[in-house]
Design a protein around this ligand. Structure first.
Ligand code: GLC
Length: 767
């Protein structure tokens, strides 16, 4: 038996004197950091600033182990360096695995060649060839579910699958077999025998998460290099775990309200003013609410970022952007990181002169191919380069764009991968591609956010494809190049739900599917299924079948319109959820298990989701299906369409013809019901309606100017709407924003009550 080493305590960090010391830091009662210095310098990209909260805790010597105990967690560390974590009631959450490894069976060389001859690959355990390699192996209980992991493909419960953390632009269909796509968000949430926990592995190097594929007895994290640096996250509920995790890595800030509107996109539109104008005309002609049109790479001059091809825009893109704005449509251009290698191009010339591009190991500027052909890559790890990039955005904001869509920032390259030793900076220190790859998109997003904020004063709207843990503070995300196929509409639900559990609340998919050709049925089901996804954008690839709402005529157009109109009614509710999310980190679109983690039925539910606590969405995501089996969680539920009431904790079958999205509201929920509009205007609303599903309830509604940062100085209002014994009341509970609603209507089951604002008493009086 080994002997317990001594330890030293410095404030909330306890260092145990093993040959390689282990540090445990109490960040807060429910967050404990485990750290082993393996020679890596630099700061975290995910966690900004010191998150340590002064916390009472004890370090006890129990003879064969130490225990560090806070109000929420206790962590045991024994002489063999095993770390075991328990909740405050002594339930095991995370325990080091002590049994034998059960490596996947290898295949001999001859058979491996045979399998590969047909084009299949042989499953390999992650490479250990790297000298910096390490593993962390934890026990799995028979009753254990694993969630999160960012944008991985597949199902809600990650148990039994293995994934990589290395941002890639892989054109293969994003089916459940892919180990990694564009983002690396190494946070996992677990329910062990019903007890929630989280682990965040803060290491930007390539890493691997085997969630019980190798063996049903353990899961493991391995990384090719880097410090061993992970955070144990506790909580009484899964919700607490998300709140604690987002306390650590940050929350999606309150967005501009219009960003919750519908957005229309297609690779190819922006090749001419006429084409974009035709899109705007059709949106109006067909009475389709919309707030933004996205401009893909074609608007640029030969794919040169921060240029606009005037010839395609009748000599004056600004004039056209202004015209679109007047029609209620914002413009979101795409920006890629690759800067065309062209000495006559000002961005390239300046970047070259100032040494802003990443360099090959031999000191030359590193060049690879992307859309513009040979391109250089900005060294976003450096603050000065981020500043430069942010300032370059002024070209776009001066033209009047309302946000920036950033893409290809894994970074993607067309001529082979970037060598590991390419010199990328880690802040101001030369580092490697190997270390900085996974935060390339993160740093680009941060630069873009900062520029938009400075130049417009508005809450920045950025959409990124690549991300790392913590990018949620700077950008919304979409899931990249999905395809027009049923497995991808199915996957949208668990994928966006897991992103939500991983701190990313503002997410969406390319509605209708990006690559391949959509069908009227798939497009219809997709707009229904996605109607509550925070980012609501229809986008498709060049050369695929058109998939605008009108592309297939009737009945697709009318159904699409019906759901867009419905979405706009829910904008105030979604905005309220964002106001709450910015405080709690709880996602808008979430798996049922987040609201109800003690119901085993919802722990692997992949075809339903919830919007906040009280809306249950059960979309049809199977071809030709016209009825749906819906599991209703605990509580009582009201069918949104016909008011039918159901008790929870049962399966029901509902009709779901092509124009119906099965939708249920928890009984006794009050929902704000926005006006029927075609665009979310910057003008303040003077009236609001609330719908009551049931005969009692209370609801907090948030209001501000929906645009800038004045809310941070108290310029916001809060209303409490209550209904008791069928009687409604309205109260202004925080008043910091002008104007307040002059009229509030509460729609009860059988009648509506209208209240007028009495400015003298700052109160609402029933009419
Ligand atoms: C990438 C993006 C896609 C975009 C295309 C052209 O594939 O993921 O959304 O349309 O590049 O810019």
């Amino acid at each position: 038996m080994s002997v317990l080493p001594s330890y030293q305590q410095n404030k909330q960090t306890i260092t145990f004197a093993f040959p390689t010391p282990i540090q445990l830091t109490v960040i807060s009662p429910a967050i404990i950091r485990v750290f082993i210095d393996r020679g890596e310098s630099g700061q975290s990209y995910a966690i900004e600033g010191d998150k340590t909260v002064t916390t009472d805790f004890q370090v006890k010597d129990a003879g064969d182990h130490y225990t560090i105990q806070t109000a929420a967690l206790s962590v045991n560390l024994d002489a063999d360096q095993h770390i075991d974590v328990f909740d405050k009631n002594g339930n095991a959450l995370i325990t080091d695995y002590r049994g034998p490894r059960e490596h996947l069976k290898g295949v001999d060389k001859v058979h491996k060649r045979l399998v590969e001859a047909e084009g299949h690959s042989v499953t390999q355990a992650p490479t250990k060839s790297d000298k910096g390699y390490y593993e962390i192996i934890k026990s799995l209980s028979p009753d254990e579910y694993i969630y999160g992991l960012g944008d991985k493909t597949g199902y809600l419960n990650k148990r039994g699958f293995a994934y990589d953390n290395w941002n890639v632009d892989n054109p293969a269909p994003q089916l459940e077999i892919l180990p990694n796509i564009y983002k690396s968000i190494p946070v996992m949430l677990g329910l062990k025998n019903g007890h929630p926990y989280g682990i965040f592995f803060d290491n930007t190097y390539q890493s691997h998460l085997d969630m019980g594929k190798e063996s049903d007895h353990y899961y493991f994290y391995s990384a090719v290099q880097g410090n061993l640096d992970y955070y144990i996250i506790g909580g009484t509920t899964l919700k607490d775990v998300v709140t604690n995790y987002t306390y650590l890595t940050g929350r999606t800030p309150l967005p501009q309200k219009w960003t919750l509107g519908y957005q229309q996109s297609r690779w190819g539109y922006s090749a001419s003013e006429e084409e974009v104008k035709a899109i705007a005309d059709n949106l109006e002609k067909y009475d389709l609410p919309c707030d933004a049109i996205h401009f893909d790479v074609d608007y640029m001059n030969g794919y040169r970022v921060f240029t606009w091809d005037k010839d395609k825009y009748n000599g004056n893109p600004k004039k056209f952007i202004t015209k679109l704005q007047k029609r209620g449509l914002k413009v979101i251009p795409i920006i890629d990181p690759g800067v065309k290698q062209d000495p006559d191009y000002h961005i390239y010339a300046e970047g070259l002169k100032k040494g802003y591009f990443v360099k090959a190991a031999n000191g030359d500027v590193y060049i690879n191919k992307v859309w513009p052909g040979k391109s250089a890559f900005p060294d976003f790890g450096r603050p000065e380069v981020r500043k430069w990039w942010a300032n370059n955005g002024k070209f776009l904001t001066d033209l009047g764009v309302a946000g920036i869509w950033i893409d290809m920032n894994e970074p993607a390259t067309f001529e082979g991968p970037i060598p590991d030793d390419t010199v990328f900076s880690d802040q101001n220190t030369p580092s490697t591609h190997k270390k900085m790859h996974n935060v390339y998109g993160h740093n680009m997003a941060k630069a873009t956010y900062t520029g938009l904020k400075e130049q417009t004063g508005n809450r920045p709207f950025v959409i990124t494809r690549a991300a790392y843990a913590g990018t949620q503070k700077y950008s919304t995300v979409w899931t990249g190049d999905n395809r027009s196929m049923w497995p991808h509409i199915q996957m949208m639900i668990p994928q966006l739900c897991n992103l939500g559990l991983s701190g990313f609340s503002f997410t969406g998919t390319d509605i209708g599917g990006f690559a391949s050709d959509t069908t009227p049925e798939l497009l219809t089901r997709w707009i229904e299924a996605a109607i509550f996804s925070p980012l609501l954008r229809n986008h498709a690839a060049l050369g695929t079948r058109q998939q605008e709402p009108w592309a297939f005529g009737e009945p697709t157009l009318s159904i699409y319109r019906k759901y867009l109109k419905l979405r706009y009614r829910f904008i105030p509710y979604l905005y309220d959820l964002f106001a709450k999310e910015s405080q709690s980190g709880l996602p808008i679109m979430r798996p049922v298990v987040l609201n109800d983690d003690q119901d085993p039925r919802v722990r692997d539910l992949n075809d339903e989701y919830m919007v906040g606590d009280n809306i249950l969405v059960a979309p049809v995501v199977q071809k030709s299906q016209i009825k749906r089996l819906v599991y209703l969680p605990a509580g009582n539920w009201v069918d949104f369409w016909n008011g039918a009431e159901y008790a929870g904790k049962q399966d029901i079958v509902v009709d779901a013809p092509i124009d119906k999205l099965p939708l249920f509201i928890r009984q006794n929920t009050i929902l704000p019901w926005g006006p029927a509009v075609s665009h979310i205007s910057d003008a303040a609303l003077h009236a609001m309606t609330f719908r009551v599903y049931g005969n009692q309830g209370t609801y907090q509604h948030y209001q501000d100017n929906g645009r800038d940062f004045k809310y941070q100085d108290g310029e916001w209002n809060n209303y409490t709407i209550s209904v008791e014994h069928g009687k409604a009341s309205v109260k202004l509970t925080h008043h910091g924003y002008q104007p307040v609603y002059q009229q509030v209507t509460v729609e009860l089951a059988d009648h509506a009550v209208t209240f007028n604002y009495d400015a003298d008493h700052e109160s609402y009086v029933e009419k």
